[in-house]
Design a protein around this ligand. Sequence first.
Ligand code: FAD
Ligand code: NAP
Length: 331
Amino acid sequence: MSDTRHTKVLIIGSGPAGYTAGIYASRAMLDPILVQGIEPGGQLTTTTEVENWPGDTEVQGPDLMIRMQDHAKAMGCEVIGDIITKLDTTSRPFKATGDSGTVYTADAVILATGARAKWLGLETEEKFKGFGVSACATCDGFFYRGQEIVVIGGGNTAVEEALFLTNFASKVTLVHRRDELRAEAILIDRLMKNPKIEPLWFHELVEVTGTESPLSVEGVKVKHTKTGEITEILCKGVFVAIGHAPSNELVKDVLETHMGGYVVTKPDSTETSIPGIFAAGDLTDHKYRQAVTSAGMGCMAALEAERWLAEQGEVEGRDVSEPLGYGAVAE
Ligand code: FAD
Ligand code: NAP
């Protein structure tokens, strides 16, 4: 039997944006419900050390996300393990349908569905996914102890994955389509100093090769981007780290998107084109895509949702003439 839950603020997503929105919306006494989605804790649960979260010189991504979840819960946010499969924004209250069968009705919605790994779209990449091809070194790196591995990409994720994989692999080849990495300088420095990592510039993956029974990777074919020459590299694992795309499925047909699907928000705001629907974090951000910026946007979204609800008369006792965030916490 389906269950219906009503909330003033429904937060969809449990990354830094979602949990921060949960903390602020709870402190604003809005009794938010946060639905975690398929990846509780979001992208940071797929990494190890996070070194740029202020206040922690170094913290493990999954630990940080548990702390954020506990913080949101301690402030009064109800955190629910469910996946929103449909969001109806055509009338208010908004209506979100959960995979569990629960229907969540909400006066305001904060979208914080983040982003997920992109794939190259090769037939053989798809074929060997889970059998030697992966997009998560922290999840699967352990299986390649003493083996040779190839990492594809040139951003922070690719470099971090390559470095992390040296804990297990005998050798890591970083295949990048240019000869310049877009990763942070500190990571490039570590990469270049690591004797187990060999960068292969101006190459792209064209095929993953392996055995059929059992399905298992034996190597890759890479193509020189200028000469077209094909080189074969023997390896047991292939980690694709070519960036992330926004998880916009719930709203891509109703909200404006740009730059490859990122939800457009009003300047200096998390307001979307639908009043009462706010968007925060990697779902909206094609530029910075950091935990701290996502958390910042989660904060903005909760404050803006509170203001909007007050303007609608949904929250009593709020002075909407006050600056945003100022005096927002009911004592
Ligand atoms: P995400 O973290 O992407 O979380 C999205 C959430 O939405 C998930 O919980 C998911 O389950 C949920 N969701 C999606 N769809 C639905 C749905 N239909 N229903 C319900 N819930 C849904 N940034 C840094 O600042 N420092 C780092 O060191 C760093 N390291 C990184 C390492 C890796 C390997 C990766 C991939 C990223 C890293 N980043 C790092 C980037 C950082 O993780 C992101 O910027 C940040 O997590 C974005 O937060 P978010 O809250 O917008 O979304
Ligand atoms: P990214 O910065 O978008 O980099 C993607 C990389 O993959 C680029 O080097 C790109 O090449 C390459 N690429 C893209 N499409 C390709 C294709 N079809 N074939 C071959 N190569 C391809 O993505 P990311 O590294 O996943 O990072 C995403 C965001 O998370 C960034 O904002 C990043 O800063 C953040 N992040 C931060 C940290 C950290 O702070 N420590 C760690 C991980 C991620 P080009 O360079 O040629 O475009």
